[in-house]
Ligand binder design. Structure first.
Ligand SMILES: Cc1ncc(COP(=O)(O)O)c(C=O)c1O
Length: 264
């Protein structure tokens, strides 16, 4: 058997970087560090040097690396069934959805692979909600300095021009307003608004929390103008909006609105 690639353990960091540079689309500027494994809160590079992981995969590896219980479950499941499409039922989807609903005070869950995909789902829900009321009701209000992902829809509502510039025109009818500016929000939301999207604490834009008064005003305006209020919790962590946004019967997140429409 012949192989063009040396075994991983013998690969130098420089070789890893060279290979990526030659064969990967160069969409990210990376730090010159090639990581090989992690344990708990530590990461190790190819030469075995240890690093304290302050970044945790941009907030993704909250449970640390190689946690024994996670490893056990992943190993067991890999030996049973790696993937089945959503054409079929799977015994774990229902229990996980119920757990998230119980924790978050929401009605239903939509599973997605990435934050951007979750936002795409929310955008589709906003548009279909608006269209069901009036064909001109498709405007979305989003916040300056926000980040919602790198797909075209998510970029359209990302309030940082540097990310959008190369890909315009994006989806129409998006208005950006400064966070925590209640008069600006009141001026932006009207009968044509189908949705308001916000991170309750902006992540990528800096650690910028929204005030409770501002979020309450967004809730009130969304209710008054029959718009959906979407909290993007990709970075902040799922279900933490319960106290701040989900009041009364709300049209708030992807699942709730679907249930809402079913009832109409
Ligand atoms: C608030 C927010 N929304 C959406 C995304 C996109 O998530 P993903 O990279 O999983 O597509 C991010 C990513 O950092 C994010 O911080």
């Amino acid at each position: 058997m012949t192989s063009a690639l040396p075994p991983i353990a013998e690969t130098s960091a420089q070789a890893v970087m060279d290979l990526e540079r030659d064969y990967l689309l160069q969409t990210y500027a990376r730090y010159p560090l090639a990581l090989s494994r992690g344990k708990g809160c530590y990461l190790y590079d190819l030469e075995g040097r240890r690093y304290l992981d302050f970044l945790s995969g941009i907030g993704v590896n909250a449970l640390g690396h190689a946690h024994p219980r996670i490893l056990k479950v992943v190993r067991e499941q890999a030996g049973l069934l790696m993937h089945c499409s959503n054409l079929y039922y799977h015994e774990y989807q229902g229990p996980l959805a119920k757990r998230l609903v119980d924790m978050g005070g929401l009605d239903r869950v939509f599973f997605a692979n990435t934050g951007a995909e979750a936002i795409e789902g929310a955008l589709k829900m906003i548009h279909s909600h608006g269209r069901a009321i009036h064909p001109e009701k498709y405007q979305i209000v989003s916040l300056d300095n926000s980040f919602h992902g790198r797909t075209l829809g998510a970029l359209s509502i990302t309030g940082q021009a540097k990310y959008r510039a190369d890909f315009e025109p994006l989806i129409p009818g998006v208005k950006f307003v400064p966070p925590n500016d209640i008069p600006a929000l009141e001026a932006a939301v009207n009968e044509q608004t189908a949705g308001i999207v916000m991170e309750l604490i902006q992540g990528e834009g800096g650690i910028n929390p929204l005030t409770p008064q501002y979020v309450a005003k967004a809730r009130e305006l969304a209710d008054r103008f029959d718009a959906l209020l979407v909290a993007d919790e990709t970075q902040r962590s799922v279900t933490r909006s319960r106290e701040s946004i989900v009041q009364r019967r709300t049209r708030f997140a992807v699942g709730i609105d679907a249930a809402d429409r079913d009832r109409r």
